[in-house]
Design a protein around this ligand. Structure first.
Ligand SMILES: [Zn+2]
Length: 430
């Protein structure tokens, strides 16, 4: 099956690129890695002397905007009697399901931020794209032919700055403007599997469980884009990053982050839904890095928009991470939290979640690690009161009763109205 072949290629890509990520990513310095496999090494590939010969074109058409070369007409609503018209109606139904679903995020500030970015990137197409943020803890964004853009909260947890978010949103806008979403739906329709998008919308509209995500990934791999469409959408994305002054090297950096996470997943059945529906050639990060190296000298000042992004996400960090814990995929969550910790993003809070991960997983030495992370969290100027409650629990597990009681006391002092006060007092007395 074609989709599986693409997926295998994508997974092979993960394995071969995984090792580069920890050494600083594509934006890092030039190490001695140039003598290693250049075709799969984004670090080596951005050096001018290390650009490998290959079929992937380096040059992107920066002379014209993607809007000028788009295949989709403005407000091109198809006649109802046509196949495209019926696919459009199915998309409308799917969108209604998502909008009314339990998982929809209604916070006005977050919607204004993400929707505003989509609008900016969509340019003249802004008025026909509606953005919906849905509470699903996995890396994904998707686009329906009718202009419905769906962004999962797991994506927001995994991107580090506005440039990385823009890279994904612009990729999806590229699928829309190039009519890939229509082609993809038509293709599925002719395979007598027309309901697949409605099924996917129904699952993602709720607050899915781990099994739902496995089912979604399977559906997504059946309903995947072609590799050619992927390359085209990546090109649109890069051109839009350049147009709006975002650092284009953030696109390849994001892929490296996501690939590091996927490589850590021991359970291959829980593969990323984005990779399942967006099959990439194994050198995607490499290709994006080379294109950024081509574009950067032609740009003026660039920005990543890190502080703006952090300000928009910070109020939601706790709920995003809580949803990740529900998936019980600790190997992947460990990588995500490590990456956030490396970025020094809300250190007191992230260190607390790292402690929680090890306390909940409770494998060999995990309680020791949990204690270390709670300690680090407390040393940060801002940390949640719950860190003292968890610290108490970890001390109890380690048999350190008086340390546990001191931590519990501190928790009750900092959270006087805690709902679990009676429970904590009972633990202290026992
Ligand atoms: Zn894609």
């Amino acid at each position: 099956m074609k989709a599986w072949r693409h997926l295998t290629a994508a997974l092979l890509g993960l394995v071969s690129l995984g090792g580069c990520v920890t050494t600083g990513g594509p934006g890092g310095g030039q190490g001695t890695s140039q003598t290693t496999s250049q075709a799969t090494n984004p670090q080596a590939s951005i050096a001018p002397t290390a650009v490998p010969a290959g079929p992937a074109p380096l040059a992107v058409d920066l002379a014209r905007t993607p809007y000028e070369t788009a295949k989709l007409r403005h407000n091109a609503q198809p006649a109802r009697a046509t196949l495209e018209g019926s696919l459009w109606m199915m998309s409308d139904n799917a969108e209604t399901t998502i909008r009314q679903g339990a998982g929809i995020v209604t916070d006005p500030a977050l919607n204004a931020y993400v929707g505003g970015l989509v609008c900016k990137l969509a340019g003249p197409y802004c008025g026909e794209i509606r953005t919906h943020i849905v509470r699903v803890p996995d890396f994904n964004a998707s686009m329906y032919p009718n202009g419905a853009m769906v962004v999962w909260t797991g994506l927001l947890l995994r991107v580090r700055n506005e440039a990385q978010l823009a890279a994904v949103l612009a990729h999806e806008i590229g699928h829309y403007m190039q009519r890939h979403t229509v082609q993809r739906m038509e293709d599925i329709y002719t395979k007598s599997n027309a309901l697949i998008f409605v099924q996917m919308a129904t699952i993602a509209a709720g607050i899915p469980a781990a099994g739902d995500l496995i089912q979604l990934a399977t559906l997504a791999s059946v309903a995947s884009f072609s590799r050619e469409s992927e390359t085209e959408a990546d090109d649109v994305s890069l051109r839009l990053l350049v147009q709006y002054g975002y650092d284009p090297s953030e696109a390849s950096r994001l892929w490296s982050q996501v690939m590091e996470e996927s490589a850590a997943d021991k359970d291959r059945s829980r593969r990323s839904i984005f990779f399942a529906s967006h099959p990439a050639s194994e050198n995607r990060a490499d290709r994006l890095a080379r294109q950024a190296a081509f574009a950067l000298p032609q740009m003026g000042a660039t920005e990543a928009g890190r502080d703006r992004y952090r300000a928009a996400i910070a109020p939601h960090l706790a709920s995003f991470v809580r949803d990740e814990f529900r998936m019980r995929n600790m190997d992947r969550l460990e990588v995500v939290l490590n990456q956030l910790s490396r970025e020094d993003f809300n250190r007191g809070e992230i260190n607390f979640y790292q402690g929680e991960l090890y306390r909940v997983r409770n494998a060999a030495n995990d309680n020791v690690k949990a204690l270390q992370f709670y300690d680090a969290s407390i040393k940060a100027p801002v940390h949640p009161p719950e860190v003292y409650r968890s610290l108490g629990q970890a001390y109890l597990r380690a048999g350190q009763k008086s340390d546990a009681n001191r931590a519990f006391q501190e928790y009750l002092l900092r959270a006087p109205d805690a709902a679990d006060r009676k429970l904590i007092e009972a633990m202290m007395g026992s």
